[in-house]
Design a binder for this molecule. Sequence first.
Ligand code: 5AD
Ligand code: SF4
Length: 484
Amino acid sequence: MYDNINLDNIDLSIAPPAEEPARQYYFMAKCREVIRDIRQEMGRDLTACTQTFGCQMNARDSEKLSGILKSVGFIETDSEEADFVIYNTCTVRDNANQRVFGRLGVLNGYKKKNPWMKVALCGCMMQEDLVIRKLRKSYGFVDLVFGTHNLYKFAELLYRCYTEKGMLVDIWEDTDKIVEDLPVERKYPFKSGVNIMFGCNNFCSYCIVPYVRGRERSRAPEEILREIRNLAADGVKEVMLLGQNVNSYGKEPKNTGFMSFPELLQEVEKIDGIERIRFMTSHPKDLSDELIQVMKASKKICRHLHLPLQSGSTRILEKMNRRYTKESYLALAEKIRREIPDISLTTDIIVGFPGETGEDAEETIDVIRKVQFDNAFTFVYSKRTGTPAAAMEQVPEQEVRENFDKVLACVQETARERVKRFEGRILPVLVEEVNEQDASLMTGRLSNNTVVHFPGDASLIGQIVDVRLERCEGFYYIGTRVLQ
Ligand code: 5AD
Ligand code: SF4
């Protein structure tokens, strides 16, 4: 475990070791020296800012980046006027890319004022050739660029970034390497994401993820369980098992003999100290009866399933290469509800996929009405270069807007009704933080992931407390704590 490593004891007079993670420990110790020297010259501590775009996987990766930065001597800050700024990027939709390029302009301004400043970029967006070409051509002030497959090498890259001149670009096409035991700086002490698999093999026709994250590969169950046991020992109560498609956990790489996802969940359930188990994301085509039964029998698996629908039109689903139909999705949702009646279902929806008509959007609205999602993340289709859908005939913007507004209105109306069903009940809430708007309130989540605000103080953070859900305000509750 990383906690047992003393960087001061590493012999830096010899060449770096070839094996991991020893090699990264060596470079962390090297970085420490470099940062110490700069600190002496500057006469103050060095600050680092990690900005995360995108999904839970990126949020987890950013905790790994922060862990390394802290262990080599940086002081973490939220301000981008820092000595080291790293953007962990997302490229699922083009507007995320545009935001990164826009904000890079601002960073360049800061850099001109601070000659010590370094700018680094990593994550999914960096796995795209077009992005790298653009950075090389017009963003020469960026110091370090790396992708999603070599994140574990961050200490080594950081060292090179401080000791070499020019833009350092280190992008790998693909790798099976999963390096364990590197430092992690968790955002919340009481909950943590845990990667159980990387990549995706589904190739939905609109999606860039399989191209940038590579082929599906699962982590060994014993490594996952070891990590969760360590997290529990460190005070973590809630884990979120992360993967693009957790229902196919254990299938790739082939012939490893890994257990299935429901079996893995049952093993996680046995770990003392872990009180809540979540997972993300489930593909409807792979969701098994075994998983539903394991969820039903479990005391720890949260009453929440995120089940991306994308479209309610079978015709569009086929063009999206989703491999289920409107009817099979509805049947699956009904089966889940029948077995686990109190469960919350949430979803992702794309509006404006090539060829989508008003009638197709109506089919989506029909599914929203029938399933009654607790929440639905609704996205305007974004054309991603290199995906099959990019070559299909696109829908005019005006038509997309109209359909989007209709779908969104339906989501809001049905979710408002659905979320309300627990009004008046007393339910356990894991307290996460002080409310951002009103410091007299605490903010936490129900097992089904619904947000609850209630009067309390910061000493409750990390505890699971009973709260009476007094009033539903659309997507969240206002409650009062109940002492029993
Ligand atoms: N355009 C819009 N939304 C997309 N998503 C994935 N690719 C695209 C795209 N090209 C959405 C899907 C997915 C979520 C993570 O992002 O709904 O479930
Ligand atoms: Fe993208 Fe489809 Fe894979 Fe999800 S399952 S990451 S939408 S290709």
